[in-house]
Design a protein around this ligand. Structure first.
Ligand SMILES: NC(=O)c1ccc[n+]([C@@H]2O[C@H](COP(=O)([O-])OP(=O)(O)OC[C@H]3O[C@@H](n4cnc5c(N)ncnc54)[C@H](OP(=O)(O)O)[C@@H]3O)[C@@H](O)[C@H]2O)c1
Length: 289
């Protein structure tokens, strides 16, 4: 039986992926920062980025690792790059068949966000080790960044939109993503190794179109208020300097959104054999969960 280890086991994508892999008859182990018991996992091992994965790797032969863990906070760049690189090396030394990094379209050497630079550095390590990186846009489903956006777009009477929401977003549905990951594990990464793939639907949508679709599905309308980026960034930076304040969005997120939102990318969607879904259908599927 194929055994897959998911890092960041309690996260949005990992929880959904564990279900998909179970349905495909695979055994799933988890490595978790918070180490709670989780449905869909045979066993969950405590492991934060910076710590070892060896107890999980020694528990039984592991065929694949999907790296979903993502540290946040002031030391996130170092934790993510050093921590996931260590896990990559430990997996290779343990003879794991294929390792897949979940990266982002904003991964760039010169990205304005720490997040984008950390993912870029990791992509180089995974490519150099002949493993696989999948660059995602907004993953549409019942968690992660998408759910945070939906929550503020459908609960607040006023939804602020940076620069009127003109930024371009590329999307991928959670079910399509999990199907691609399942197939990549089944084929042991055949044809995907040594590079990064843009796993997003070919046509971008604007942030405003996405927010409006979320509101239509939820049957909620709120005032969409265009706000200029500069004062928002200044406010976030000020709030981040106060240790007791926890924010749903960081200045790094906003810088990344602005940089990324001006670009068109070539996607590798056709390579993966998944149907393109209209925005309305993706949003409805996420709403139904
Ligand atoms: N969702 C998206 O739209 C999207 C878009 C582009 C790329 N991605 C990438 O896909 C991956 C998964 O995204 P997601 O939406 O599932 O994120 P998520 O829900 O935030 O899950 C990330 C998980 O990382 C783990 N984690 C947090 N701090 C950690 C630390 N210090 N050490 C080890 N693990 C830690 C946590 O797992 P436990 O709960 O088990 O502690 C957390 O649940 C991320 O790497 C992200 O960059 C996601």
């Amino acid at each position: 039986m194929t055994t897959v280890l998911l890092t960041g086991a309690g996260g949005f994508i990992a929880r959904r992926l564990a279900q998909t892999l179970n349905e495909a008859g695979m055994a799933v182990l988890g490595a978790s920062h918070s180490a709670a018991a989780l449905p869909g996992y045979g066993r969950v091992f405590p492991a934060s980025l910076g710590e070892t994965l060896l107890p999980a790797l020694a528990s039984r032969p592991v065929d694949a690792i999907v790296h979903t863990a993502l540290a946040t906070g002031p030391d996130a760049y170092r934790l993510n790059v050093e921590g996931a690189s260590r896990w990559l090396d430990e997996g290779r030394a343990a003879g794991v068949g294929v390792q897949i990094l979940l990266s982002t379209l904003s991964a760039e050497a010169e990205a304005l966000s720490d997040y984008g630079r950390a993912k870029w550095a990791l992509e180089q390590r995974f490519a150099g080790a002949d493993e696989v990186a999948l660059r995602l846009g907004v993953v549409v489903g019942d968690g992660g960044m998408y759910a945070r956006m939906r929550s503020s777009a459908t609960r607040l009477p006023v939804t602020p939109l940076l620069d009127g929401g003109r930024q371009l977003l590329y999307v991928v549905g959670i079910d399509a993503l999990c199907a691609v990951l399942r197939d990549a594990i089944t084929s042991n990464g055949a044809g995907l190794r040594g590079r990064s793939w843009n796993l997003v639907q070919p046509q971008p949508v604007t942030l405003r179109e996405l927010i409006e679709a979320m509101q239509r599905q939820a049957g909620r309308r709120s005032l969409l208020l265009a706000v200029p980026t500069k004062p928002v960034l200044a406010g976030l930076k000020l709030a981040e300097s106060v240790p007791m304040i926890r924010l749903p969005v960081s200045s790094s997120n906003v810088r990344g959104l602005v940089q990324q939102g001006q670009r068109r990318v070539d996607t590798d969607w056709e390579r993966f054999g998944q149907p393109v879904q209209p925005l309305e259908a993706l949003v409805a599927a996420a709403q139904a969960r």
